[in-house]
Ligand binder design. Structure first.
Ligand code: ADP
Ligand code: MN
Ligand code: MN
Ligand code: MN
Length: 354
């Protein structure tokens, strides 16, 4: 878009419960004004309209924390991920990123990497994309990584979203059609905890924004269709420098043991409505159980075969739901695995959303 100004799209998480949603608004800045993060000013918004403040004292503050090329508007325009603060400068309770900042700093020496697989389901109106007006499509089987107009729905949106993510500079590492028709996945990473989380939120924003052009909305609900249909997760792949080095498999197994002791704490922060998804069916482990194993897609934690064979690599936490907050999930994993934080009890700090 040709313009005499920079359009900076400020993006933040609101106070919606049980799952926070994205909000955004555009700030006009002088052309050539944005050369680094410091050039993006703080900005206010009406917190009473986003479930973040009362009407009589409604001002909240947006502080830019990372920014990307805007692939929608193009040109000099930017997408700006923000943290939310109260008017007095204190961290807003909905600001889950602030807690991750502190924990990531403590564990910096471990060189934690995360790769997140974001599953999502496309809807047109009330109907998953490609589903008949009445009734159901043919049972699951051919759709995962499928090809052909009878098996794959929404590819034009998926391709447009992928191109937008790459143009924005996000560390997208792949996409695939999922087990349920109308369901897809993209992967971000592996990068550090703050990077993967900021980028996942921006990639979600782009998914919704590109979807507007197609009249399709993506949902991150972990069980968008009840019954014998796969749910939607956000498998979180994790490694430290020690796990990636010679003998790393031992460190990975120790991490699995620690995760087992903190199972309830993690489930509490892994997304709302996850009970509907973690049933023990459809490539999940029951929410009431904890198991880990090599190549096991029915376990809570899977050690990829290539990792077991190489004796080093990473682990996959399969429990997080598609609607999880990556600032919370990456923080919990670092706390449990790297900082030996207290185990099996529901911590008050787990999440602003129940
Ligand atoms: P799956 O077989 O579970 O569907 P995917 O290929 O969809 O696996 O996703 C694997 C993820 O693991 C990718 O997001 C990738 O970035 C991530 N990953 C690869 N190596 C590492 C590593 N060493 N540490 C953390 N994440 C990693
Ligand atoms: Mn995957
Ligand atoms: Mn998947
Ligand atoms: Mn996976």
């Amino acid at each position: 878009m040709r313009t005499m100004a920079v359009f900076a799209e400020y993006i933040w998480m609101d106070g919606h419960r049980p799952t926070q949603k994205l909000r955004c608004k555009t700030k006009i800045l002088p052309l050539d004004a944005v050369g680094s993060l410091e050039d993006l000013p703080e900005w206010g918004f009406d917190g009473s309209s986003t479930m973040q403040a009362d009407g009589h004292s409604s001002d909240c503050m947006l502080r830019p924390v990372s920014y990307f090329h805007d692939p929608i508007r193009g040109g000099p325009h930017v997408l700006v991920m923000c943290e939310v603060f109260n008017a007095d400068g204190t961290v807003h309770p909905s600001n889950t990123r602030a807690k991750l900042r502190a924990i990531a700093e403590k564990a910096a020496g471990e060189e934690c990497w995360f790769g997140i697989e974001q599953e999502y389901t496309m809807f047109r109106g009330m109907q998953p994309l490609g589903w008949p007006e009445n009734g159901f499509p043919a049972p699951q089987g051919p759709y995962y990584c499928g090809i052909g107009a009878d098996e794959v729905f929404g590819r034009d949106l998926v391709e447009a979203h992928l191109a937008a993510c790459i143009e924005a500079g996000l560390a997208i590492s792949g996409i695939n059609a999922e087990v349920m028709p109308g369901q897809w996945e993209f992967q971000v990473g592996p990068v550090g905890p703050l990077e993967v989380s900021d980028q996942l939120w921006v990639a979600r924003w782009l998914l919704y924004r590109v979807g507007e052009e197609f009249g399709i909305n993506a949902t991150l609900h972990p069980k968008p269709v009840k019954g014998d249909w796969n749910g939607a997760g956000a498998h979180t792949n994790f490694s430290t420098k020690a796990m990636r080095s010679e003998g790393g498999i031992k460190v990975i197994e120790e991490a699995c043991e620690k995760l087992g002791k903190a199972h309830k704490k993690h489930i509490g922060g892994y997304g709302a409505h996850n009970t509907e998804r973690l049933t023990g069916l459809h490539e999940t482990c029951s929410i009431d159980e904890f198991r880990y194993g090599v190549s096991d897609r029915g376990a809570s934690i899977r050690i990829p075969l290539a990792t077991a064979q190489a004796g080093k690599g990473y682990l996959e936490d399969r429990r997080p739901a598609a609607n999880m907050d990556p600032y919370v999930v990456t923080r919990l994993m670092i706390e449990t695995i790297c900082l030996d934080a207290p185990g099996d009890k529901a911590l008050e700090t787990v999440q602003v959303r129940a």
